[in-house]
Every structure is written in C-alpha cells, then in structure tokens.
Design a binder for this molecule. Sequence first.
Ligand code: PSV
Ligand code: MN
Ligand code: MN
Length: 425
Amino acid sequence: MILNPDQLNTNKDDISIHKDQFDNLASSLSRQNIQVDQIVNKLANFQIAIPSWALGAGGTRFGRFSYHGEPSSLEQKLEDIGVIHSLTKSAGAVSLHIPWDIPKDYNAIKELANSLDIKFDAVNSNTFQDQPNAKESYKFGSLSNTSQAVRDQAIAHNKEVINIGEKLGSKSITVWLADGSSFPGQSNFQTALSHTQNSLKDIYKSLPNDWKLFIEYKPYEPYFYSTVIQDWGTSFMLANECGEKAFTLVDLGHHLPNTNIEQIVSTLMLKGKLGGFHFNDSKYGDDDITVGSIKPYALFLIFNELVYGMENNPQNPELSWMIDASHNLKDPLEDLIQSLETIQITYAKALLVDQTKLKQAQENHDVSLCQEILQNAYLTDVRPLVKQARLQQQGALDPLKAYRLLSIREQLIKERGKNTVATGL
Ligand code: PSV
Ligand code: MN
Ligand code: MN
C-alpha cells in the first residue's frame, strides 16, 4: 500500500487549534531569544532509519504472537516505512539486515525506495544465526571463534554485506556480535578479543573509502556470563585500532542498569568516535520497547549531550540514527510512529537548552541554576514545534490519529492477508 498526499487531509480538523498553540509557543520562545524557525528546520531535517526487522511482530523466547498484515517481502517492508514516512516525515531511511533482506532486483528496490523518499542507511550483518547450508556454525561465536574457518566465514559474510550495501547506496555497516560465553572458564577473554580485533581489521580492509564501520557493544545476551564486546570502552578501543573510518555505536538498551549513557555519548563525541545511535527504551534488559516509554528524562539528558556534541564537536561525524525496536503487543507501525514522535519531541526539548546560560552557571558553580535550565527546557511542551515541522513538509499533524483514521492496518490486512510473517528478530 502506498499513501498518496491527498489521503493526508486528516489535518483539516486540527489545523486551527494547532495554529493557536504554535503561535503562543513561538511568541513565548521568541521573547526568550530562541530562534523558533531554526529549531523547526532542524526538526524537519532530522531523519531516523527504520530497521527492516522491526515491521513485523517480534516475540519473546516464550512465544510470538503474529500481527496481521505483516510485510512478507522487502518491497512490502519499504512500503510500510513509506507509510510511516509520509505521515511523520521523519523516517526517510531504512537499515537492512542481511541475509534476511537481500534484494532480488536491485534496480527495482532502489526505484521503489526512491519513489518513497527512503534512503539506505547502515547495513547490518548477521553472524548470530546459522543459515541453511552454512559450512560452519556460530554456536560458539563468529568473529571471535577459536576456529579460523568459522572466523573466515564470518569475515566473508561481512564483506558480502558491504558489497550488497554498495549496490544500494548505503555508506556504513553495523556489526553487532552475539559472541560471548555462558560459563566461567568457557572462553579465554584475551584470545577472544584478539581474534575479534583481527577479524574486524580484516573486514575494515574491505571498507570503501567513503564508508564507516559501526561497532555495537552489549554487556550480556544471548550469552549469560560474558560478551566479547561488552562495553563502550571495548568498542572504542577496537574502533581506534581499526582506523579512522571505524566508530562506536551506542544502543540505548545495551547498558547495565543506571549506566550514565549521556556521559558515554559525550566522551565519544569529544573523541570524534560516535558513529551510530540506536533508540529504544527498557526497564530491565535489552527490551527494545517504545522510545521514551520508561525513562523520558534520561533520554532528554542524552539528547542534551548529542545536541551539544553536534554543535561543538566538528571532529565527530554526522550520526546514523536508527530505532532498534521490537514489537510483541502493539501494531509495529503504531509503535514506530510513537517512537518517532518521542524522538522529535526530545530533540526539540534539547534544542531549547540555553547552552550559553548553562555554561555560565557551570562556571559560577551555580548548581541549582544548572538544574533549573535543564528542567525548564524539559518541561516545555514542544509538541507544536514538532507538528509545525511536519506541517511544513505536508506530513500529518497527528500521525497516529491519521494512521487510524485512514484504516491503514485494515487495508494492509485486506491486501496481504492475516497470516503473513515478517523476517526479523
Ligand atoms: C541485538 O541486541 C540487537 O538488538 C542489536 O542491538 C542489533 O543492533 C540488532 O539486534 C540487529 O542485529
Ligand atoms: Mn542495536
Ligand atoms: Mn539490542
């Protein structure tokens, strides 16, 4: 299903109330010397990739409850992203997982993506599952495996993913490794890390000049005792040893409870080594639930550092943004719309932080004022700014409401049937 702009006249009912709310907020912000137009433009330009694996129902290890009308081909996945993008105007990219989403006809896929205004962001390799007919097994690791043959197979796969990405116009590859151990003594930490470093260096050699390599870290899961790339420091070290095109990728769900993620972001940007960012939220583990549904203030503090870094750290490249989510209960498209909305809202709040005033207060050691400046920005209802950014681009004022009014899921079920299953996590 491909939405055409005429179908978006759901804005009519809400436009006059939006105009009042936007004018009120804009005049109050202008009185505080905030450049409202600049903020609205930044929001309009902020694009977040949707992963090809997040468009169907995920599941837990206890079960998977299918969501009807799921996309069963890469074309249908792109169409789903096209729907979200035409409503939100902030999902103009897709991140593919290989081999789940290998295009059959590259030109046709590129044309479809182009017609939907979707770019190809980072491609993701998969060395955490054994593919049918694979010679070697990843049961005991991939890039870190003690067996040279397994490592070679995993390296070759990553190189193949780069080739596929090149044909599509991607400019980066994300490596997330499941490698680790479940029991003390099972693995020699130093050997596993050295193998991983050498394997990554080998992959890096095949990286085109204008590409980036993103290295994710995660302290646990699927192994229970250790993971080879357990934290940002390990990823940072590996990226440094690979070279200047290698970067750390921060996924919000990949930290132990109470980790100060905003400080990690800040350190990496200072060193010019933050390359990618995966949004999600969690209460207990790598839950991959709706962005901002559990810890919205923590997300704001992280965004505050991202905004500071984007304004003050020219040594850090432009980031690749992606929602790394999974859906067990909600309609995946509704959930992604909610996540996009929260990301835009939180970005807008961070853009309101008066950095000059904050710096002064920090220098005066005025702790209360520092906190007040952050709270003032956080507590401002910025939704009219986000809506204005969408309106400027002919998006929906209220994407979720429009999605429901247009009966999109019902139409998808009519088109695709009830029992389709999307590939993914
Ligand atoms: C597994 O934890 C994971 O969620 C990582 O965050 C990756 O980015 C994603 O799967 C896809 O490989
Ligand atoms: Mn991730
Ligand atoms: Mn994850």
